[in-house]
Design a protein around this ligand. Structure first.
Ligand SMILES: Cc1cc2nc3c(=O)[nH]c(=O)nc-3n(C[C@H](O)[C@H](O)[C@H](O)COP(=O)(O)OP(=O)(O)OC[C@H]3O[C@@H](n4cnc5c(N)ncnc54)[C@H](O)[C@@H]3O)c2cc1C
Length: 511
């Protein structure tokens, strides 16, 4: 090492403060900034148009929760419910001034719990307005809007934004990392429809990133993942007219699982953009297995029935359950969301609104991709993997689910946005979930199952979906970002040189 050269490391201490350790060839000094005082927090609270929740507040325990119920030990120093971009900027400035860890939170669905931290959680859920331009060709959506409210707000104008199925996911997290959903083969991922966004950068500036200004920040925000570069406060999206919508579900007895997956992968590869489908192989936690495909078609039931005929013929086994039906767009989105028959207000978490009826859940997951049709041996391996979960953890429910890519998703060049996964047949997600009654031994068996899948069943070179962020993934930078990683590291270096936005899998700065 050159004499006097310094190595600077930043770690977060138990108070949520950034501790800087500077090592030179001759000395090591550790600088522990003074933690914010009660007066500092009070001053921050007084400066916000929104509100600040501290551990002493009666709502704190609920306010600290994320969607995944396995994150039980979250103890942020404070949660700021920001009411404006200026509020967000004040929080960023405060965190910098007091060297407090910072995490942005929209819907709180991060698989890794990365929208919480030991310091200041910057919650944007009050930034939830939705406004359309005069011709309803685009909409500006507050960064804290939840998907069910986005769908409902746009449907009033006969417009849609393609995005995910879960109604309580936040628009910020899903957009910044991808956004796969039932209209993605027709209209692209959510991020493909992002025209510009407003963000608060690490130095507390409010900027608009577009094709003209801060274009590299727009590029990075299309797939570079949440929490990495800045805190988004609003997104402007291209909208699409709502098409005729037909849903389908086909379920099969378990012995037909391999035939279903074999036929499905060839069928969806050749399907028109108007069709999106998944294929799920489930172990139902003591209630047997299920093999099914379901999806959404932009067109009539008659046209979908004709498309399904080739799939059903190739499977060669009669479906045990078969549904094909036209649906009103919002009814279809409610069905996809698991909210059939309940109101939009009820289709929220109880922590997201007074009328919310949905519950949090405890789960773990791992993702991978398939580039093209799998061999018969690989398909047999997938079926056996589901059966292994049932053997190892009989009361834990789990699945291997294939979400179709292709169509509009794959027509975007891999370097046109930070989202690199543009040549895939499908994303495969392994999940298992549990309840408070599940024995620890079974939860641990489920974790071992995911580890085994990652090592023995999934192709380690095919990548992983950054929105199914996976704290156990070793080579995550390459898996999430592939060849786009160096450019992301460069954007990180320029927009966040002091690494204010940091978590276990945040993008490193280029040196
Ligand atoms: C039940 C469930 C269903 C899902 N279904 C789908 C699906 O159909 N399709 C799909 O593509 N994905 C799906 N996902 C994955 C989802 O896209 C990601 O978990 C996403 O990151 C969640 O976004 P969020 O805003 O709710 O989460 P958060 O936890 O709030 O945020 C996720 C990450 O983004 C950061 N972030 C949050 N707000 C901001 C902001 N304003 N500016 C900058 N960074 C921010 C956070 O710090 C965190 O690192 C699903 C997840 C769950 C739990």
């Amino acid at each position: 090492m050159v004499a006097g050269a310094a190595l600077v490391a930043v770690a977060i201490d138990e108070h949520g403060r950034a501790v800087t350790t500077t090592t030179t060839t001759t000395t090591t000094t550790t600088t522990e900034p003074a933690p914010p005082t009660t007066a500092n927090w009070s001053a921050l609270a007084a400066s916000l148009a929104g509100s600040l929740v501290l551990p002493s507040d009666p709502t704190y325990a609920g306010d600290a929760l994320l969607y995944n119920a396995k994150f039980v030990d979250l103890r942020p120093r404070a949660i700021a419910y920001c009411a404006s971009a200026s509020d967000v900027a004040r929080c960023v400035d405060f965190a910098g001034e007091h060297q407090v860890a910072l995490a942005a939170r929209s819907g709180g669905h991060s698989y890794g719990g990365y929208s919480s931290c030991a310091g200041l959680v910057v919650d944007v859920s009050r930034l939830s307005s939705i406004s359309l331009d005069a011709g309803a060709s685009s909409a500006t959506v507050g960064a804290g809007a939840k998907l069910i409210d986005v769908y409902n707000g746009l449907a009033r104008y006969d417009r849609l934004l393609p995005s995910g199925s879960c109604p309580t996911v936040g628009i910020a997290g899903i957009t910044l990392g991808g956004g796969i959903g039932v209209f993605a083969r027709k209209y692209g991922l959510t991020l493909d429809n992002l025209r510009q966004l407003e963000l608060v950068t690490a130095d507390g500036r409010v900027v608009t990133a577009s094709d003209v200004d801060h274009a590299d920040l727009l590029w990075a925000s299309r797939g570079g993942g949440g929490g990495n570069f800045a805190i988004a406060t609003s997104f402007t999206f291209t909208l699409h007219p709502i098409p005729e919508v037909t849903l389908f579900t086909l379920q099969y007895p378990w012995p037909a699982a391999a035939a279903l997956l074999e036929a499905w992968q060839h069928w969806i590869a050749a399907a028109p953009d108007e069709l999106w489908a998944d294929c799920q192989l489930l172990s139902q936690g003591g209630y047997g297995y299920l093999a099914q495909t379901s999806g959404v078609y932009c067109g009539s039931p008659a046209a979908l029935t004709a498309l399904l005929a080739s799939l059903e013929g190739a499977i060669g086994t009669a479906a045990s359950y078969r549904f094909i039906g036209a649906k009103d767009y919002m009814d279809a989105m409610a069905i996809e969301a698991g909210c059939a028959g309940i109101s939009v207000a009820a289709c929220r978490l109880s922590t997201q609104g007074p009328a919310g009826t949905l519950s949090r859940s405890a789960y773990s997951a791992k993702s991978s991709y398939v580039d093209g049709p799998m061999s018969a041996a690989a398909i047999a391996g997938v079926v056996a993997a589901v059966e292994r979960l049932a053997t190892d953890a009989p009361t834990v429910g789990g699945a291997l689910a294939f979400d179709a890519y292709g169509g509009a998703i794959n027509r975007v060049a891999a370097d046109a946005s930070a989202f690199v996964h543009r040549d895939k047949l499908a994303c495969i997600q392994a999940t298992y979930s549990w309840s408070s009654a599940t024995p620890d031994s079974e939860i641990e068996a489920g974790a071992r199952w995911l580890t085994w899948l990652g090592a023995e069943v999934f192709d380690p070179t095919s990548g992983a979906y950054q929105n199914y962020i996976d704290p156990t993934l070793a080579d995550w930078p390459r898996a999430y970002y592939g060849a786009n990683l160096p450019r992301l590291e460069d954007v990180k270096r320029r927009y966040d040189p002091e690494n204010r936005f940091t978590f276990a899998q945040s993008i490193p700065r280029a040196s």
